[in-house]
Design a protein around this ligand. Sequence first.
Ligand code: ATP
Ligand code: MG
Length: 385
Amino acid sequence: MARITVRGITKKFGELDILKGIDLDIPDGEFLTLVGPSGCGKSTTLRIIAGLESQTSGDVLIDDRLVNALRPSRRDLAMVFQSYALYPHLNVWQNLATPLKLRDLNFWERLPLLGALVPGRAQKTKAIGEIVRETAETLKIEPLLDRKPGQLSGGQRQRVALGRAMVRQPAAFLMDEPLSNLDAGLRVHMRAELAELHRTLAATFIYVTHDQAEALTMSDRMAVMMDGEILQIGPPDDVYEDPQDIRVAEFIGSPKINILPGSGDSAGGVECLDARLARRLRTPVDGNVSIGIRPEHLELRSKKANGNFEGLLVHAENLGSDVFLHVTLMGGEHRIVVRASPQEAHDLSVGDTVWVGRERGRAMAFGTNGQRLPLVSKQRSRKVA
Ligand SMILES: Nc1ncnc2c1ncn2[C@@H]1O[C@H](COP(=O)(O)OP(=O)(O)OP(=O)(O)O)[C@@H](O)[C@H]1O
Ligand SMILES: [Mg+2]
């Protein structure tokens, strides 16, 4: 079990600043996800924690012990990669047993025939067999122990790869996009399995992905990375509900949050296209702001009313449980996505004029620098005043 601390990690590749000061404090037993677009430095961060890459500056601590100078094998962490890297010529049992044999048996004990003559070997082999069996049971892969990797499905192979990381009972698991080789359905299934495995093992997991859905569904906390920096870290709900940067708001959530141009006045009031927001900016901005509204916080209205957006339905994506309506505003200048129920969307056709209202208190405002600007209800601001 391990608490992992990362302090002020920077990384340069040549002249390029790839990591610009990463700080993380991951308590023992947490499932932390590093999520961000391709190339933002997730794998580099993970590899530095594992000791597979050296940082330009900054510290990595495991259980408050500085491990900067420690080789990967001495850090007691297990890495699970996207490619399973199983031994193709060995069966599942042998694949699981190999890390233990390498750790627990010496050169002579590992010899296939002569090894049997070494005193004490039988006991060690039995202990290894026990761990392999327990691990296979946890991962529900006992029926596969005699098969070679080539005879397994992607999900089964991924489970064996996890098992191989588990047998050594590492202090923490570092996983780099372990599900990205799987098809969509299996990925969703394995998400649930990984979250369950985390609960069973109660070990620290650091999980890297560019898939925001994986981060949202599995983690205790997620760190959203972009351009070598962590923009926001927190429980998935907080990051989704309360993004502090427009880049976080746009990266987390599917379909993406709608961003529309707005303008603030010196009294804190905010106009968005031809509608006025019910709340005002806590700190007035006299000028341009961006307004973010998630598709589920927009709703179809039956008729034109004050404050509604009038638009043209250009596309409807029917997912069965929800319908995502693509609506253009202001003669096509802007485009928004509205989540509707199949019942609401039933009578609509592409080309129809629609009116879109906003759920109260849900719009978010961002400044021109991308930072979140808090909105407060008028009543509250009067009270404060
Ligand atoms: N050995 C290297 N030499 C030079 N540049 C590198 C090296 N390794 C990574 N980079 C660069 O560092 C940046 C971050 O890479 P990294 O692999 O950490 O990204 P990532 O967030 O894991 O992306 P992905 O989601 O595509 O895996 C990228 O721009 C990459 O090109
Ligand atoms: Mg990567």
